[in-house]
Design a protein around this ligand. Sequence first.
Ligand code: GDP
Ligand code: ZN
Length: 329
Amino acid sequence: MREVCQSASLVLHSSSVKAQIRKAINNLYDAYDEVGGKHYTLRIKGKKLPLEDFEYNPLAVGDYVEFTPYSETEGLITARLERKSAFVRWNVKLEKNQTIAANMDQVAIITSAFEPPFRPRFLDRALSCVQSCDVIIVMNKCDFDLTEEEFERWALYHKLGYRIIAVSAATGENIEEFKDLLRGRTTAFVGQSGVGKSSLVNLIIRPEKKQVTGEISQKYQRGRHTTNHALYLERDDIRIIDTPGVRELLVPYEDKSVLADSFIEFSRYAGECEYSSCTHSTEPGCAVIRALEEGLIDPDRYTSYLGLLDSLESRKPGYLRTKFRKNKQ
Ligand code: GDP
Ligand code: ZN
């Protein structure tokens, strides 16, 4: 009997299995095979997977991979399966695009009302990193008041069609409503350091744990969840890909028209621009600029767009250097 089992598992080992990356640290990947209900530790076969030009990391948390098991719990990744969505930022140091999370249904961009203050520029940059999924814009620390100007700017995202929600990890305000938006879906949490992202994740994933403030938590780090790498977490029907807090998020390298797509209010007019490849900046006959002049597009959002367009242009020469054409890992 034992022999039969062993040969059956050998057959299994030789065939390819599909799994989802749940944690990625130093070329070691924790992955979950949903069909077999098993966790594996995986490495990339030959330490290389094909990369797109200017892509830094071949795999991110949320990616589906094919792998060949070589033991009950280990295997070699042979391929990354197509992504349905991603959160991708520009990594300044590496001068490459870095995928932070993949295959989520939505991204929750966490901002805060105070310390750090609400930064619409940061939010617009974060929105430009979202590829092919829904967005929830979360204002944490709503136990603090926004200035009237900040409130107007925040409410603008609602007018533009984004789902927005104000919550407080400290008082628990609107947390149940927020959880309702997360249920049944996989959500990547992203945000600037200090906005309270860890507090929110802890509250949702480990509500039974007493929540503590930043200062006190220094002493009680064990058991409290903080992040320096992306991590897949789940509880009940809520699945979260928590990502490290960042100081800044920069728009990934991409076609300029893709950047314009992340300014959703432009789309209504962009089709009427005189040039099909219009960047809505200097071109004559630009319908987006016309809409701006007619007060149909918010001037601050447009300024924000120009800033992002500028940052894409100033990066351009880097790509022409041949060393970035190699798929180094
Ligand atoms: P992260 O860097 O985004 O993970 O932020 P943390 O969760 O570590 O929170 C940063 C600081 O903000 C800590 O001192 C928290 O106690 C505090 N904080 C988090 N959420 C809230 C909130 O809703 N209201 C208030 N007043 N403080 C909060
Ligand atoms: Zn245009």
